[in-house]
Design a protein around this ligand. Structure first.
Ligand SMILES: Cc1cc2nc3c(=O)[nH]c(=O)nc-3n(C[C@H](O)[C@H](O)[C@H](O)COP(=O)(O)O)c2cc1C
Length: 238
């Protein structure tokens, strides 16, 4: 089913969303979803919100593909095979070894919290692969948004725009009691996903967002990443 078939929500639901502050504080990366799909009318509302994201020169470069149902199950099977075989086809490079100093420490803190929640030891390579592969089951989410983008120059500005769009999408989900997780892991198989969905080669895949109703009991949702104090990130000049 293509997004053209999603009805415009003339019957927009009354605003029962969380307050701005609650929304920001509630949003987290959800790594475990319930089976029930999000109704298309609600997906439409989230997409309408995301459309308001700012972009360099008003280019609105996001090209979003929503995948669900049997199509998503097929894609999951393909991605697991490719991941097990190590057949990566990313559009953009990514190497966690590039992180240094404080950034590396924060990445390590995530790994520790995540693998502890999943009951996997640091030295358990097979266990870590199994946990990583959950990205390709979309953490059981019944729908995924793939965020494709046109390629302009070194793509840094476009990627920034897609990030803004992605966060608006995630906050809209959170405001409605839904959850999502941005996944660079999905971008590791850009070409595979592009071919599977029939997306033209000129559109590049930055990341995907699995989303749905959070399963609060799922082990992947047992931890929450904290933040460094504002003063660590901000310098005031006056
Ligand atoms: C662009 C982007 C890509 C990400 N890719 C992944 C991913 O592939 N798999 C994953 O488990 N988490 C992924 N994350 C989630 C981060 O780990 C998470 O945002 C971070 O640890 C902070 O936690 P929080 O989102 O719960 O606040 C990604 C986040 C962003 C912003």
């Amino acid at each position: 089913m293509t997004m053209n078939l999603i009805h415009s929500s003339a019957e927009t639901s009354p605003d029962e969303t969380l307050s701005f502050r609650e929304t920001i504080r509630t949003r987290r990366s959800v790594r475990g979803f319930l089976d029930n799909p999000v109704p298309l009318s609600i997906i439409r509302e989230v997409l309408e919100d995301a459309q308001y994201a700012p972009s360099n020169c008003n280019t609105q470069p996001w090209n979003t593909h929503i995948v669900r149902g049997e199509k998503l199950r097929q894609l999951s099977r393909i991605l697991h095979v490719k991941n097990d075989a190590g057949e990566f086809t990313p559009d953009f490079t990514f190497d966690q070894n590039d992180y240094y100093g404080e950034y590396r420490k924060r990445n390590d803190a995530l790994g520790k919290a995540y693998y502890e929640a999943m009951n996997v030891m640091r030295e358990d390579k097979e266990g870590r692969h199994r946990v990583g592969a959950m990205n390709y089951s979309f953490f059981n989410a019944p729908q995924v948004a793939f965020l494709f983008m046109p390629s302009f120059g070194d793509n840094v500005r476009v990627a920034g725009d897609i990030g803004m769009y992605g966060q608006t999408f995630l906050l809209s989900l959170a405001a409605r009691g839904l959850g999502g997780i941005p996944q660079t892991s999905l971008g590791f198989f850009a070409q595979t996903i592009r071919e599977f969905l029939g997306v033209p080669d000129e559109l590049k895949l930055l990341f995907g967002i699995s989303f749905g109703y959070p399963d609060e009991a799922a082990p992947g949702n047992r931890f929450r990443m904290d933040r460094v104090p504002v003063d660590t990130s901000v310098t005031l000049h006056d």
